[in-house]
Design a protein around this ligand. Structure first.
Ligand SMILES: *[C@@H]1O[C@H](CO)[C@@H](O)[C@H](O)[C@H]1NC(C)=O
Length: 179
């Protein structure tokens, strides 16, 4: 077996191992509204056009998660769990969004006030009926994966995304390498 294939196998088993160490936690429960253009200026990055993911999957943070602006740039996994009207949620659909703005100071009017976050119309339409003014969501912060290959030891390392808050506060906890 070539070295490359062996490495791929190592990665696969490492991922499996990590999922057991850090089972995907259930997120927090909140609400989401939607908004359309104009999207600028934003409270996070002003009029910089490069702040928006080309997927249009971004959102504004409500008071509850704004964290004095620390929420800017954070990524969340968001899922629709229910709404006032039955069958509003698209089942088994999760989106990853990036926070670029503060809901109370949006340049355009959100479909509903006081929600945990305000999703772009594009983002909301993926997880729910696009005519819903607000939905109930489950959300959790998503962290970047960091991975690298230690040439000297010859082993791959992976810092897991979706780490729990405890692991994050301890500092960047590196989970064991595969041998
Ligand atoms: C979306 O919701 C609207 C209003 O409740 C309803 O009329 C429409 O049929 C729904 N669309 C789908 C695809 O379920």
């Amino acid at each position: 077996m070539s070295r490359t294939h062996f490495t791929v196998l190592q990665w696969l088993s490492l991922s499996t191992l990590l999922l057991q160490i850090f089972p995907l936690s259930h997120g927090d429960v909140g609400t989401a509204a939607q908004y359309g253009p104009p999207y600028t200026p934003t409270a996070c990055y002003g009029s910089d056009p490069t702040q928006f993911p080309s997927s249009n999957l971004f959102a504004a943070a409500g008071d509850g998660i704004w964290d004095n602006g620390a929420a800017c740039g954070r990524q969340y996994l968001v899922k629709c769990i229910s709404a006032t009207t039955p069958y509003t949620c698209v089942p088994d659909q999760t989106i990853q969004i990036r926070i670029v703005d503060f809901a109370p100071t949006l340049a355009s009017q959100p479909s509903f006030g006081g929600t945990t976050m305000v999703l772009t119309e594009t983002a909301l339409a993926i997880i729910a009926n696009s005519s819903a003014p607000s939905i109930n969501i489950e959300f959790q912060q998503d962290y970047e994966d960091l991975s690298w290959y230690d040439e000297r030891r010859g082993v791959p390392y992976l810092m897991v995304s979706r780490r729990n808050e405890a692991a994050k506060k301890e500092g960047e906890k590196v989970v064991s390498a595969l041998v």
